[in-house]
Design a protein around this ligand. Structure first.
Ligand SMILES: Cc1ncc(C[n+]2csc(CCOP(=O)(O)OP(=O)(O)O)c2C)c(N)n1
Ligand SMILES: [Mg+2]
Length: 344
């Protein structure tokens, strides 16, 4: 029989979020969704090159975690599925779109492209093409905060790091090594596994001995939680708890967000491995519709207000496209620039 693993249903209360917070979360998720839809359009029109991995369906995870953090102070590390993490972290849509077009105005100066977004200003530690590659980098950032605070006596160094990666990455050795060291050193880090059930065409159940990834935390004496990754309020609640624990010096948390990508692995994937039944099950749990229902049910927003946000964000996306299209290519004379830090 067709059966899907879902996390316990989170019962958000009427006062869970204020109107302002609710609209902020909604706007952030819509920004992610519409940005990705525009990417798909541009990719199929031949405007973008290389692999492009979209985040549609998983927005509640990025928004729920990153928008509970301190923007431009806390750190975020990502994977090749990084556009929406960058947007939630505050990297302007213009700079992300320009990067995807390989333009000099992109957040990685046009040298990175879709899988290698980076922003020192917005504390985005990077997108990484190798599976699990961002995990030790994120741990290094968390170690830095702890070292500055405890060894260099910088009391303001209470930054938290959020490290995003997929279910497939959770079978990689770096994951286990970093869990071990993070607990040992009580590092201020959130390991956020976006369990979307698939690693390209490999089903998670076929690839791992214990499919409940959050349970792996216990082997290291770490706090591990599973959360409904299609419910931004559930993710936000789990993230807030983990952030408070990290900032208080109580160490790391492993958050397993049960989620789903609405598109194929990348835009080059015909997406033939997943059943229609499965896709329909998860589409019905669309995180944007879910938050919209919450806001309307509790009188925090009207349909018109939400539509106005959709339209405003569409304007942001159109503007980003115009910016990317009209921006210059990197100059050929600068081919070797930015290879070493002193060039920046
Ligand atoms: C070290 C390494 N091995 C293999 C690959 C090829 N590869 C690219 S994406 C991917 C699947 C990863 O799946 P998951 O971690 O679940 O992330 P998702 O794509 O579902 O977000 C694989 C195996 C790679 N990029 N790096
Ligand atoms: Mg996956």
């Amino acid at each position: 029989m067709f059966q899907e693993r879902t996390a316990p249903v989170y019962q958000a209360s009427a006062t869970e979020v204020t109107k302002e917070e609710g609209l902020m979360l909604y706007e952030d998720m819509v920004l992610g969704r519409l940005f990705e839809d525009k990417c798909a359009e541009m990719y199929y029109r031949g405007k973008m090159f290389g692999f492009v991995h979209l985040y549609n369906g998983q927005e509640a995870v990025s928004t729920g975690v990153i928008r509970a953090m301190r923007r431009d102070e806390d750190y975020v590390s990502s994977t090749y599925r990084d556009h929406v993490h960058a947007l939630s972290a505050g990297v302007p849509a213009r700079e992300v779109m320009a990067e995807l077009f390989g333009k000099a105005t992109g957040c990685s100066k046009g040298r990175g492209g879709s899988m290698h977004l980076f922003s020192a200003e917005h504390r985005l530690l990077g997108g990484y093409a190798f599976v699990a590659e961002g995990i030790p980098v994120a741990m290094g950032a968390a170690f830095r905060s702890k070292y500055c605070r405890e060894t260099m006596s910088d009391e303001n160094a209470d930054q938290v790091t959020a490290c995003f990666f997929g279910d497939g990455a959770a079978n990689n050795g770096q994951f286990f090594e970093c869990l071990n060291m993070s607990v040992l050193w009580k590092l201020p880090i959130l390991y956020v596994v976006e369990n979307n059930k698939w690693a390209i065409g490999m089903s998670h159940e076929r690839a791992t001995s214990v499919p409940e990834i959050y349970k792996k935390a216990s082997a290291f004496g770490m706090h591990g939680v599973e959360v409904d990754g299609m419910d931004v309020l559930a993710v936000r609640a789990a993230a807030k708890e983990a952030i408070a624990r990290a900032r208080a010096g109580e160490g790391p948390t492993l958050i397993e967000a049960l989620t789903y990508r609405f598109r194929g692995h990348s835009l080059a994937d015909p997406d033939e491995m997943r059943s229609k039944e499965e896709k329909e099950f998860w589409h019905a749990r669309d995180p944007i519709k879910r938050l919209a229902d919450h806001l309307i049910t509790y009188g925090l927003a009207s349909e018109e207000e939400l539509k106005a946000i959709d339209q405003r964000i569409q304007g942001v996306i159109d503007d980003s496209l115009e910016f990317a299209t009209t921006s210059p290519e990197p100059d050929a004379s600068e081919l070797y620039r930015f290879i070493f830090a002193e060039d920046v």
